[in-house]
Design a protein around this ligand. Structure first.
Ligand SMILES: Cc1cc2nc3c(=O)[nH]c(=O)nc-3n(C[C@H](O)[C@H](O)[C@H](O)COP(=O)(O)OP(=O)(O)OC[C@H]3O[C@@H](n4cnc5c(N)ncnc54)[C@H](O)[C@@H]3O)c2cc1C
Length: 313
């Protein structure tokens, strides 16, 4: 085995960042094995069975019925010790940030987290609050990598065949001492921005709280969720769980429709993986236009009501 991708269970389905991690691992080249852990391991493995993987390992155990950092780090440690992969790859999620440093410390394998792309020199990471990119490499025989959201496109996963194999682990209550509570969920009615296919994103160009309904009205007409830039959240105009950016969510929808968002780097790092970007901004020099597929120079307060009317008709 050359590369081991550790998968993440997102309420019974494969986490989007795990799919992207598989796409990234396939880009690295060499044989790729995936590892699914926990009570849904079988169904996670089935989701990948039509992709080009050397093998998909599944690990189930009474002590793994819910996530725990000590349980998962112990399983990954045992798989690495048994299979000796050169590279271990995960999506850069809260869960992997929780248990992967333990694996790194236990096995003394360097961990290069939060990679945004590959370069000839190594792995590209953003530094200094995303103002600069740095290339990082390791001379160690083994390394652990985590890929940032949208660093790779899961639609580029190579299809093929794979076999699903059970991997036996030795676990006991002395190695799994913690139990997790139910995964954190936002309050009822809140939205899953990271898996939304369509987003209408509202920025400070909406000018005042009374105008924010325009974003929600447009979202309703096209069946989208609403996200926002930080100043809109900080002003209390929308809930904080809608924030996109370096201190908010990483999103990669099929359509990101931005209304009066300037395109500051701290916002862009959270949405640059969007497949199509439409932006309305009255400033033709707004940085958001540099990454937009469609740029509309104009006043959101004039354009959006007309657009909603036209779409309704
Ligand atoms: C440590 C740190 C972390 C941060 N994290 C985040 C983060 O996670 N997410 C985030 O979004 N920001 C974050 N920021 C803030 C970020 O730097 C920007 O300040 C912010 O993204 C700007 O938001 P905005 O584009 O809505 O507002 P502005 O920069 O004020 O831009 C408003 C835009 O609207 C346009 N406009 C104005 N009126 C209209 C109109 N009537 N019609 C059309 N266009 C109009 C303007 O031309 C302008 O381009 C962070 C900053 C720091 C320092």
């Amino acid at each position: 085995m050359n590369i081991l991708v550790v998968l993440e269970d997102n309420q019974g389905s494969l986490h989007r960042l795990s799919r992207e991690a598989v796409a990234g691992a396939q880009k690295l080249g060499g044989s790729v094995t995936a590892l699914a852990i926990g009570k849904n391991a079988g169904s996670l493995a089935s989701e990948l069975s039509s992709y080009e993987l050397e093998e998909i390992l599944t690990v189930e155990h009474d002590l793994l019925s819910s996530y725990s950092a000590d349980g998962y780090s112990e399983v990954v440690t045992q798989v690495i010790q048994s299979k000796s992969p050169k590279t271990i790859v995960v999506g850069h999620t809260y869960q992997t940030r929780d248990f992967m440093p333990r694996v790194s410390a236990k096995l003394d394998i360097p961990f290069i987290p939060d990679i945004i792309s590959l370069s000839d020199e190594g792995f590209v990471k953003q530094v200094l609050n995303a103002k600069l990119n740095a290339s990082v490499s390791s001379e160690s025989d083994q390394m652990i990598l985590s890929f940032q959201s949208a660093a790779f496109n899961d639609e580029e996963m190579i299809t093929g065949s794979s076999t699903i194999t059970t991997f036996d682990v030795e676990l006991d209550v002395s190695s799994v001492r913690s139990t997790s509570e139910e995964p954190f969920q936002e309050a009822a009615g809140d939205v899953d921005l990271e898996n939304a296919e369509l987003l209408v994103s509202v920025g400070r160009g909406i000018e005042k709280e009374e105008n924010v309904h325009l974003a929600f009205d447009l979202a309703e007409v096209i069946g989208a969720e609403v996200s926002a830039s930080r100043p809109v959240v900080d002003s209390g105009w929308v809930d904080s769980f809608r924030q996109v950016g370096s201190s908010g969510h990483n999103v990669a929808p099929k359509l990101y429709f931005s209304l009066g968002v300037s395109g500051a780097i701290q916002h862009v790092v959270g949405m640059k993986g969007s497949k199509n970007i439409i932006a309305i901004n009255k400033d033709p020099e707004a940085p958001i236009f540099e990454l937009s597929d469609y740029a509309i120079v104009g006043d959101v307060l004039e354009i959006v009501p007309k657009l909603i009317e036209a779409l309704k008709n």
